[in-house]
Design a protein around this ligand. Structure first.
Ligand code: GLV
Ligand code: MG
Length: 290
């Protein structure tokens, strides 16, 4: 509970309270009550609030949903389903959530779903998984379980493998990103387990920032600071994106042109779309024009 109390004070866009792998099997049922009290009693800001339930291959999934969603009230936004293997895992959760929402007096569809892709079968089926339910909001990569599922010769998931000539997860990152984006989902990278190695985290984040991921898990407040910094645009990128939007609006509305020069490069409708993403992310990070 000591750890849970800290959560609302940490400046993150989203917090999830875990019932899965960080909770010992004998504590699983008692943990549900603690999670419900944390949701109801702590003063959360406007962040997304989520609970990670146990996977369908355990005996706890339905109990987690009934007890936690049934008692948490409206402040709970989402549940995260780990180890998703098939689209039917998400569909089953969607059906169960509907019944629990009706019984708890919550609006149907109130609870969103985050799906963790962290097994070989999950990755093979990620395209169907990402379109399995309108409740889906986010797809998340789980590098530790994925490394175990692939039987990679590593003892720490989600860190660089220096012997590998390249990024051993590049295919995985790209495949999940494409499936998520094709279905309008947020796409998030999972944990970096070397908690004290902030330089390593900073460097590792660049892999998924460069591809277009929306963010990454943080396991410690120091990681939150690094992740917020790296996944937010720089002020320079934010300003340039705003300038592109202004220049392009002027081109289309005043000059009646679909493509114009912006400094020494040509901009068109695709440039506007790229710029919008920087502006939205920058605003979310609290940036204003300089
Ligand atoms: C997270 O759940 C992971 O397995 O990396
Ligand atoms: Mg996992």
């Amino acid at each position: 509970m000591r750890f849970l109390e800290k959560a609302p004070t940490i400046k993150a866009d989203m917090s999830f309270l875990d019932l899965e792998d960080s909770v010992a099997p004998r504590e699983k049922e008692a943990a549900r009550k603690q999670v419900v009290s944390a949701i109801r009693d702590f003063s959360w800001d406007d962040r997304v609030l989520c609970v990670r339930i146990n996977a369908w291959d355990t005996k706890w999934t339905y109990g987690d949903v009934i007890e936690v969603v049934g008692s948490a009230g409206t402040r709970l936004d989402e549940v995260m389903l780990p180890k998703v293997q098939h689209a039917s895992d998400v569909k089953a959760l969607d059906l169960l959530l509907t019944q629990v929402e009706i019984n708890a007096g919550l609006p149907i569809g109130h609870i969103g779903i985050e799906a963790q892709i962290e097994s070989t079968l999950g990755l093979i089926n990620v395209e169907e998984i990402c379109s399995a339910s309108p409740r889906l909001e986010t797809v998340v990569f789980g590098p530790a379980d994925f490394a175990a599922s692939m039987e990679m010769p590593v003892l720490t998931g989600g860190v660089e493998i220096s012997e590998y000539p390249g990024d051993h997860f590049h295919y995985v990152f790209s495949k999940i990103l494409m499936a998520g984006r094709a279905n309008g989902l947020q796409v998030i990278d999972g944990p970096y387990l070397k908690i004290k190695d902030l330089d390593g985290l900073r460097k590792y984040c660049q892999r998924t920032v460069a591809l277009g991921y929306d963010g990454k898990w943080a396991l410690h407040p120091d990681q939150v600071t690094v992740v917020n910094e790296i996944y937010s645009p720089t002020q320079e990128q934010f300003d340039r994106a705003n300038q592109i939007l202004n220049a392009y609006k002027n081109a289309t509305d005043v000059e009646l042109k679909g493509a114009v020069m912006f400094g020494d490069e040509m901009i068109d409708e695709a440039s506007r779309k790229m710029a919008l993403k920087f502006v939205a992310r920058g605003q979310r990070a609290g940036m204003a024009g300089s």
